[in-house]
Design a protein around this ligand. Structure first.
Ligand code: C2O
Length: 331
């Protein structure tokens, strides 16, 4: 049976934190009895949000993005507005560190990593996050940037995240990711034109395990461990006990760069689907009907399923076309 949307009234402090983690309760705002609405795609006539490569954006875009994140950070926190930045990172923490039990299976936790829920769950998470940001600045064309780490120009931490006074800054990051001289470290560990995957390799690397309860990394799709996990760990601060913020599940979405890292992961999922020429992947209802809950830009609680997110055009967003320098690489 598919994983059902969790019962928010039955959220508990996460079970799966490492011993050295801070005390963190990532349960979202929830008032018992809150109505849950089923996901509906945005009207087909609504504007297409085109997500730009983070290293290519102009000043005007940056000003909008910073303003939106600043407004999100200024929303009243916990127990107040589920769209606040703190609530937003809590969403990720709750779905990945065992804060929810599977409905009907009190001994099984909900976990959306290392399994076939990884791509769709993160797609939906970004979808709602992006729309909240757009709403806060009154711009229904606003799109999150993506960290284009699969192209030479994007292999270092995008400059827009570096300025200390910016709302996009996070002090718990590796100093090394700021330096271009570390590019070789990136190229050897991420997909890069110096050693790119072939389409069939990409396809292999996208294949992800069905099991969400087995936490073995070797079962996970290769994209999920490298480069996804690698970029997390290289971005986090090695002086922190668990490479916080980016280098672990519970704190990673505290760093705004999380959302552009996942933009690129999502973009590559789309590329992969494109390479498979219309064969859209799993048809198993256990996957298609797996459901999750998110708060939308109006702070409504929405139940979305995997099948709701498979078509990005229907979700009214796309990615700036920056090419795929590794696709035709001949070793
Ligand atoms: Cu949910 Cu990049 O992790």
């Amino acid at each position: 049976a598919p994983i059902q949307a969790p019962d928010l009234g039955n959220c508990h402090p996460p079970d799966d934190l490492p011993d050295t983690a801070p005390d963190v309760n990532c349960c979202p705002t929830y008032r018992p009895g809150t109505a849950i609405v089923d996901f509906k795609p945005p009207p087909a006539s609504s504007p297409l949000r085109v997500r730009p490569a983070a290293h290519l954006v102009d000043k005007e875009y940056l000003a909008k993005y910073e303003k939106a994140v600043a407004l999100m950070k200024a929303l009243p926190d916990h127990d107040e507005d589920p769209r606040s930045f703190a609530q937003q990172w809590h969403v990720h923490c709750a779905y990945c560190d065992g804060a929810y039990d599977q409905v009907g299976f009190p001994d099984l936790e909900v976990e959306i990593h290392n399994c076939w829920l990884f791509f769709p769950w993160h797609r939906l998470y970004l979808y709602f996050h992006e729309r909240i940001l757009g709403k806060l600045i009154g711009d229904d064309t606003f799109a999150l940037p993506f960290w284009n780490w699969d192209a030479p120009g994007g292999m270092t931490l995008p400059a827009i995240y570096v300025r200390e006074s910016s709302p996009l800054y996070d002090e718990r990051r590796s100093r090394a990711t700021l330096l271009t001289s570390h590019r070789s470290r990136w190229t050897s560990t991420t997909m890069a034109p110096t050693r790119p995957p072939q389409p069939q390799e990409l396809s292999r690397s996208m294949t992800t395990s069905r099991s969400c309860t087995v936490r073995a990394i070797y079962l996970a799709g290769v994209i999920e461990s490298v480069p996804h996990g690698t970029v997390h760990v290289l971005t986090g601060d090695p002086r922190q006990p668990n490479t916080e913020d980016m280098g672990n599940f519970y704190y990673s979405a505290r760093d705004p760069v999380f959302f552009s890292h996942h933009g690129n992961i999502d973009r590559l999922w789309r590329v992969w689907n494109g390479l498979r020429r219309g064969n859209t992947g799993f048809t198993d209802p256990d996957w298609l009907d797996a459901g999750f809950l998110f708060y939308d830009e109006e702070a409504r609680l929405v139940r979305a399923r995997v099948r709701d997110c498979l078509d990005t055009a229907a979700l009214r967003y796309a990615y700036q076309d920056v090419g795929l320098p590794w696709l035709d690489f001949k070793p």
